[in-house]
Design a protein. Structure first.
Length: 738
């Protein structure tokens, strides 16, 4: 081709752009300008520019499926660290690896804090062959002007949202940067990667603790375990953005977001609203008129979306299972294996004594203002799975974390991660917050009596009162899984006593630890079946046993109180004093009844009560003391599907309920939601008459196929903790038509 012909073809192709530029010049200068403009545009064609980027981010695409992120309903490329991902780049001309300069950059969303040294500003070089444990990219395919890249990230990469920048070379040595917010990349922890600190080697457990978006949360008492289904919804549209917003709002630098220990500690603080205006405001008062009663919620999605939408205004209101449910959602959303855990008879140690202290006056009556320590009927927290490189070998695996604001840790209301292995062995000197967790599950209960001079003497101790039936949902089923053995050795064994003695030696009342003392009279409270129902009388049995060969006379004091489930006293509803004579080796049962009329006006959310017994054996001066917590069981909502469940087709569920109380329920509301079925909806039903039965029909259109659950709850001032769930298998429309 002659120079003249080439020039004509170039001029013809560049004429539209040249004409646009020429219009800016005066007529007399056009000939000279025309030549320079042509030359400029001619050489500009030689520059390497990015025309488009394809991150292959569809839910069914290679990246999302290989990274186990195909369940996320959010748009964008969502990947896990320590693993390669693929992308296509279309350039202005074919790429020449020998002469062209091209690299990728990733910056955390907070560009001011981006720093190459801290992993928040990453420059990704091009290499011939990828190696593990580093940021690198390699061209694996070239198709004319398109190149396919395989990009590798280290297993320690900072998680969060990254801006993707592609930089190409220019003629003067500077780079041309290309960035489109639509190509931002979301990086998560990777429990499938052996080198990631959160690696979990069981696929069945990964499916449960990372990929399962519906779970079970246990409540009640150790003798009356209740359960409710909870929608974690970690893959719901907008939840990943909401979880990252929580992390960003913490104010912690993104440079620390590569360490799961640091991340869960930050989340623990941010789930509650104390200190930092976190996600959920706690409220245990029983008055929720300016918000939502904690017993109404049945999932995390509505809570996290409301917090994000309102730009960080705490959501009202929550209690321990709400904090734990939301915590599990954030953990699983970020890729940290997590589960919701319930401890029955859970101690709250307020003075780092590692004992639970009960103070009595000269007459063995509780001194309420001194009894700051408490034993919650149940307390819900979380376990998360990770290696602990900051602890000696052997302390990785499950770690206890808690977002319920009880005590501060390094000045902030948070708790954990505390190694379960450390807690089990009483090694409370290992971080973080192992003493508090140990006291929750294995502290001795010490009774102190006030002397005439105002001092207190230790008069009795209970060794097996705290930490029972520690429960979580079983892997792969809706059954309850008892994990008490992960937190403590079997009660009363030598190993368990050594753990208690080891832990208490680091407490503020080390001298309170005492060996078991012989006692020939014991007291125990028992209950038939599942216990009393709401609206009826509560009947218990007090069992007294005399194991000696001599007669024993006891003065037994009993006090029944309405309690918050946290073990905090609300109101005393009955007090008695009874003289009991026991023959040698006799066992005597005393029937104890609390009538409905005595408690009906005092109950709080969980309908929790406590019977406190104390007494003294006249002949030996032995002290008897025990506390028995129980609850009044509420009825379930009965839910029945109407019609076939098919994606995109309307169906219904009938919800039925019978009022168990001999009084009208005022201003009843129903709350209904189901992942892939129905977004959270509140129904203001009105009043329900005494002992009356009602039903309502909820219509909705399923949006996702597969096994689904619809959840419902009922709430009013007179009755709470009423809920129900129904399984709904949803067919894909294409399959249903066959």
């Amino acid at each position: 081709m002659t120079w003249r012909r080439a020039k004509r073809q170039t001029a013809r192709s560049l004429r539209p752009a040249a004409a646009s530029l020429m219009s800016k010049y005066q007529p007399h200068s056009r000939p000279t300008s025309f030549i320079y403009i042509y030359l400029f545009l001619f050489f500009a064609e030689l520059l390497l520019k990015v025309r488009s980027i394809d991150l292959m981010k569809s839910k069914s695409g290679q990246n999302r499926t290989e990274h186990h992120t195909d369940l996320y309903q959010s748009e964008g490329l969502i990947i896990r660290r320590g693993q390669t991902f693929q992308m296509w780049i279309t350039l202005s001309r074919p790429y020449n690896a020998d002469t062209d300069k091209l690299h990728l950059e990733l910056k955390t969303d907070s560009s001011i804090l981006s720093d190459e040294r801290r992993g928040t500003h990453v420059i990704i070089p091009f290499v011939e062959d990828l190696e593990d444990d580093r940021w690198e990219a390699a061209v694996v395919k070239q198709d004319d002007r398109r190149i396919k890249l395989s990009v590798n990230s280290p297993p320690t990469a900072v998680i969060g949202r990254y801006q993707l920048i592609v930089e190409t070379n220019s003629t003067n040595g500077q780079f041309i940067s290309t960035h489109d917010p639509a190509n931002d990349i979301y990086m998560l922890f990777n429990p499938w990667c052996e080198d990631d600190a959160v690696f979990m080697d069981s696929e069945e457990e990964r499916r449960e603790y990372v990929l399962n978006d519906v779970g079970r949360i246990y409540y009640g008492t150790q003798n009356q375990i209740g359960v409710r289904t909870w929608n974690y919804g970690q893959f719901d549209d907008g939840i990943l953005a909401a979880c990252l917003f929580v992390l960003e709002k913490s104010g912690t630098p993104p440079s620390g977001w590569g360490d799961p220990v640091n991340v869960v500690r930050v989340i623990s603080a941010m789930i509650n609203s104390v200190d930092d205006r976190g996600v959920v405001a706690g409220n245990w008062s029983g008055v929720y008129s300016d918000g939502t009663s904690p017993t109404v919620w049945s999932g995390s999605v509505e809570i996290l979306k409301e917090y994000h939408k309102n730009k960080g205004t705490p959501v009202k209101y929550g209690q321990c299972w709400i904090f734990a449910g939301v915590f599990t959602t954030v953990l699983r959303c970020f890729g940290i294996p997590g589960r919701t855990v319930t401890n029955f008879s859970s101690a709250h140690d307020t003075d780092v004594s590692l004992t639970t202290d009960v103070y009595l006056d000269e007459n063995l009556e509780p001194i309420e203002h001194l009894n700051a320590d408490s034993i919650w009927n149940f307390h819900v927290w979380n376990d998360c799975w990770m290696a602990r490189s900051d602890l000696p070998p052997g302390y990785g695996g499950w770690q206890a974390v808690d977002a319920t604001p009880q005590e501060t840790s390094q000045g902030t209301f948070r708790c954990g991660p505390a190694s379960l292995a450390a807690v089990r062995h009483g090694q409370v000197f290992l971080k973080h917050d192992a003493p508090f967790v140990f006291a929750e599950v294995n502290s001795d209960k010490i009774y102190w009596q006030r002397n005439l001079d105002g001092t207190f003497s230790q008069i009795y101790s209970e060794k097996k009162t705290v930490g029972h039936l520690i429960s979580t949902k079983a892997v792969g089923s809706d059954e309850r899984h008892d994990i008490t053995d992960l937190y403590k050795h079997p009660e009363g064994t030598e190993a368990e006593r050594i753990a208690v003695e080891t832990a208490c030696s680091y407490g503020s009342k080390a001298e309170a630890y005492s060996s078991p003392t012989a006692a020939d009279v014991t007291v125990e409270v028992t209950m038939d079946g599942e216990g009393p129902k709401m609206g009826g009388d509560a009947e218990l049995t007090i069992m007294l046993r005399n194991s000696s060969s001599e007669e024993r006379k006891i003065i037994l004091h009993s006090q029944a109180a309405v309690m918050y489930y946290t073990g905090v006293h609300k109101a005393t509803v009955r007090k008695d004093e009874t003289d009991v004579d026991l023959l040698p080796n006799e066992e005597k049962a005393l029937e104890w009844t609390l009538e409905y009329k005595d408690y009906k006006d005092q109950l709080i959310d969980q309908a929790a009560l406590m019977l406190t017994l104390s007494g003294r054996v006249k002949e030996t001066q032995q002290v008897l003391a025990t506390q028995f917590s129980f609850r009044l069981r509420t009825p379930d909502l009965i839910m029945k599907p109407i019609g076939k469940a098919v994606v995109g087709e309307k169906m219904a569920v009938e919800i039925s309920f019978t009022n168990p109380l001999p009084q009208v329920l005022k201003a009843v509301i129903f709350h209904v939601e189901g992942l892939g079925l129905q977004t959270a909806r509140t129904i203001h039903y009105g009043d329900i008459g005494s002992r009356a039965s009602v039903s309502l029909t909820e219509h909705f259109v399923p949006t996702l196929p597969g096994p689904r659950k619809l959840l419902a709850s009922l709430n009013c001032r007179q009755l709470a903790q009423v809920h129900g769930v129904v399984d709904i298998p949803v067919e894909d429309k294409s399959n249903a038509a066959r």
